[in-house]
Design a protein around this ligand. Structure first.
Ligand code: HSE
Length: 430
């Protein structure tokens, strides 16, 4: 029987889910994998407020060094999130020759390369399945299942909170705030939900995916990131009419040794499999060669979905042994690859202008777009609601971001345009 002592740091939504799952699956894990996991020590800042009555053989501490410096602890499970003190915890864990399991996307996105180098030096491993898509085996698929393939593109719905909000706004007609509140109550959102709705959570996850799929540690600042806060019911209604779905997509493509990586609301055809990924479901759609297109999907947020990824990491670590070499732990990168700037990327756009409802307004707006060389494929003005401002929707032909942004700035300054124009990129996924 393999006996593994765990030091668990962080007893929030995910940490308590891991403890719950280890207890519930104790005999299943023992019988099937001949392994016994024991949470030897638990570290949490606010232990007094937590229900720990099921952890009968566990020591409690508020000082993570009690775990990191304990020679009897084999693996540290870091579930506190954020960079500080998570980075220090990760470094000292590896430095002390212990394996690290983490669900911390921010940490892996910003410090993955240096942590992998340290893990290699110390002959230990880092497992981080729950950092992207909770328990969906995305990290394992990219680092084991499809490693013989080259990738040209990846398209991810990798924030459960945003997908839940957009779905609830579409299907249950909830307001943005109502849907966000519900996501928070259900434990899907981050402790600071701004990171979900402003797209940063997806950007962190995308950086991890880019490192695995393309072998490049991309900087977060090189990922163009836009959240979903500006999406209104008007946009959702129009998308439905056009047979399109609005999804917060994380996109990475490689062409001519250049990688583009971006996160933004995207209009996609309802026919594409990603359009059917709703609520807290996450998905990753990969263009792989020679395998072809692959879709991975499942619940990407929530206590037990994340716990499933962490517990699977623990079992895989136990099975692979101390010196297993993981392709998901490589610190080398392809230096030839450069990043493509968002300004140079071409898309078709859905545009919404909140404009005065009077003659000549459309001509003024289309005039600016025309002079910028941006073709318009269709124009729709919603019916009056006895207000003087109406949404005007336009679909453009292909334009570079740079050209479009400059035209929108000019249009925004026009007195007949009453709010910042909204632009949503339209992506053809096949
Ligand atoms: N807040 C994240 C989400 C949890 O909504 O997807 C999983 O990383």
């Amino acid at each position: 029987m393999n006996k593994i002592n765990i030091g668990l740091i962080g007893y929030g939504v995910v940490g308590s889910g891991v403890a719950k799952m280890l207890l519930k699956r104790k005999s299943f894990i023992k019988n099937k994998y001949h392994t016994e996991f024991s949470i030897k020590t638990l570290c949490d800042r606010s232990l007094g407020k937590k229900d720990t009555k099921n952890l009968t053989h566990t020591k409690f501490t508020k000082n993570y060094l009690d775990i990191i410096n304990d020679p009897e602890i084999d693996v540290v499970v870091e579930l506190i999130g954020g960079m500080n003190p998570a980075k220090k915890i990760a470094q000292q864990t590896l430095q002390n020759g212990k394996h690290l399991i983490t669900a911390n996307k921010e940490l892996m996105a910003n410090a993955g390369q240096e942590l992998f180098a340290l893990a290699q030096k110390k002959s230990v491993s880092i497992y981080y399945e729950s950092a992207v898509g909770a328990g969906i085996p995305i990290i394992q698929t990219l680092s084991e299942g499809v490693v013989g393939n080259q990738f040209t593109g990846l398209f991810g719905i990798i924030n459960g909170t945003c997908n839940y909000i957009l779905t609830e706004m579409t299907k249950s007609n909830l307001s943005f705030d109502q849907a966000l509140k519900s996501a928070q109550e259900k434990g899907y959102a981050e402790s600071d939900p701004t990171l979900d709705i402003n797209g940063m959570d997806s950007a962190h996850k995308l950086a991890i995916l880019v490192s695995l799929a393309f072998g490049k540690f991309i900087k977060i600042k090189d990922i163009y990131t836009e959240g979903i806060t500006h999406i209104s019911h008007d946009d959702i209604e129009q998308a439905e009419k056009l047979d399109l779905s609005i999804k917060l997509l994380a996109i990475a493509k490689m062409t001519d040794d250049k990688i583009e990586a971006r996160v933004h609301p995207t209009l996609i055809s309802k026919e594409h499999p990603l359009a059917a990924i709703n609520s807290i479901y996450n998905a990753l759609y990969l263009n792989a060669d020679p395998l072809g297109d692959v879709l991975l999907s499942g619940e990407g947020a929530g206590q037990m979905a994340a716990a499933s990824g962490v517990v699977s990491d623990l079992i895989n670590l136990a099975g692979k042994g101390q010196n297993a070499h993981l392709w998901s732990n490589l610190s080398d990168e392809n230096k030839k690859l450069k990043t493509r700037k968002i300004d140079d990327i071409e898309s078709k756009f859905y545009l919404r202008f909140m404009a005065s409802d009077k003659p000549g307004v459309l001509a003024k707006i289309t005039g600016v777009l025309g002079r910028a060389g941006i073709g318009i494929n269709s124009v729709t003005q919603k019916q009056h609601h006895q207000t003087s401002t109406v949404p005007v929707i336009m679909l453009t032909d292909y334009s570079t971001e740079k050209k479009l942004r400059s035209a929108l700035n000019t249009i925004h300054k026009m007195p007949v345009v009453k709010a910042k124009p909204v632009a949503i990129r339209m992506e053809k996924l096949w």
